[in-house]
Design a protein around this ligand. Structure first.
Ligand code: 13P
Ligand code: SF4
Length: 337
């Protein structure tokens, strides 16, 4: 059981999007009964709730069993013995859970299904590219549909992309769908003297492409001691001047294990919210951007998935897609280790 006071204690430092957007004691008193009802339902139905760090703090600190980045949550989805997986995140992550643990029922409580990266490439698009680049190995970012993964040789996440591209035993690689991450990988390969031929697609994350290198230079001039902590979906002009670059969980780990005066987090607002709650003594500056897809997960929709799920919130994939995508994910687990 969580009390309103305990919830307020956890969320009182979170200022989602601005200092006036604080969790009040009254808000926590309203949230606590619903959180307790969801946790009781979860136990009754033998369900597990996985939440990406970008979703609302009341999900992260109220009902989630595990919070993490896409790689960590995939591994938990693969090994869970719960009958039901509620994936508070975006559809491609819930699909990945279904591929990795197909006998479980997987539900997605988000109301706006999508991700600007996953939506930028279709199976037909991959087939055309395969025809154009017949000797390339196709490596896809986890931010793709299961159907697209099924047509690629290996999946990567932001936590292992550089390692896998380096290790992958093919001297021609086509990476999809993120153009900015593709440019960052190309720069990385060049910096280590790799001779691999590396091509990439044109998609972008609408949240991360917002960050402007001039804005970072301005923040740097005002706060020269601040650490710039960036996600690899940001553009190269930002990644190149960042103090640290990594997946969302690697960014959290970096902040927790360093002692800079201030931090600028160049990613979705949920990460700043998590660190404000977990590292209240540290200072976070600059603005953040919200992902409308991640933020469309709510306690109401999670409760509905447990009580009487709408058919459209359950993930269904055909056997061929599960098998194909599973091979691409198995290659990721093999090369990431
Ligand atoms: P992470 O795997 O780093 O959490 O990234 C997922 C994502 O969608 C970032 O926008
Ligand atoms: Fe997709 Fe960008 Fe949202 Fe991540 S932040 S889920 S890449 S739209």
């Amino acid at each position: 059981m969580i009390t309103a006071d305990a919830l307020f204690e956890k969320l009182s430092h979170v200022t989602l999007g601005g200092t006036i957007c604080r969790y009040s004691k009254d808000t926590c008193a309203t949230l606590a009964p619903q959180i307790n009802a969801i946790n009781a339902l979860k136990a009754q139905k033998n369900a597990i709730i996985l939440a990406h760090s970008y979703v609302a703090p009341e999900i992260v600190y109220g009902v989630a069993d595990h919070v993490g980045d896409s790689f960590e949550l995939s591994k938990i989805a693969q090994s869970t013995s719960s009958d039901i997986i509620i994936f508070a995140a975006v559809k491609f992550m819930a699909e990945t859970a279904k591929v990795l643990n197909p006998t479980k029922r997987v539900f997605i409580p988000s109301q706006i299904n999508g991700c600007s990266l996953a939506d930028s490439i279709t199976v037909e698009g991959v087939q055309i590219l395969r025809h154009t680049y017949p000797d390339h190995a196709f490596i896809c970012y986890i931010n793709t549909s299961a159907a697209v993964k099924a047509h690629c040789d290996c999946t990567v996440t932001s936590s292992n992309v550089y390692t896998i591209v380096e290790k992958y035993p093919n001297d021609r690689i086509y990476f999809l769908p993120d153009r900015l991450m593709g440019q960052n990988i190309a720069n990385h390969l060049q910096s280590i003297g790799s001779t691999k031929i590396f091509d990439y697609y044109t998609g972008t994350c609408y949240v991360h492409e917002e960050y402007d290198p001039d804005m970072i230079a301005y923040i740097r001039s005002k706060h020269p001691q601040a650490a710039i902590v960036a996600h690899p979906e940001c553009q190269p002009a930002i990644v190149d001047q960042a103090t640290f670059v990594g997946s969302t969980s690697q960014m959290i780990q970096y902040v927790k294990t360093t002692t800079h005066d201030q931090y600028v987090l160049l990613t979705e607002c949920g990460l700043t919210a998590r660190l404000q709650a977990e590292e209240p003594q540290k200072q976070f500056i600059g603005s953040c951007t919200m992902c409308r897809y991640m933020k469309s997960n709510t306690l109401d929709h999670i409760q509905q998935c447990l009580e009487s799920p709408h058919p459209s919130s359950e993930i269904h994939l055909d056997d061929a897609t599960i098998q194909g995508a599973n091979q691409s994910l198995a290659a990721m687990f093999r090369y990431a280790s």
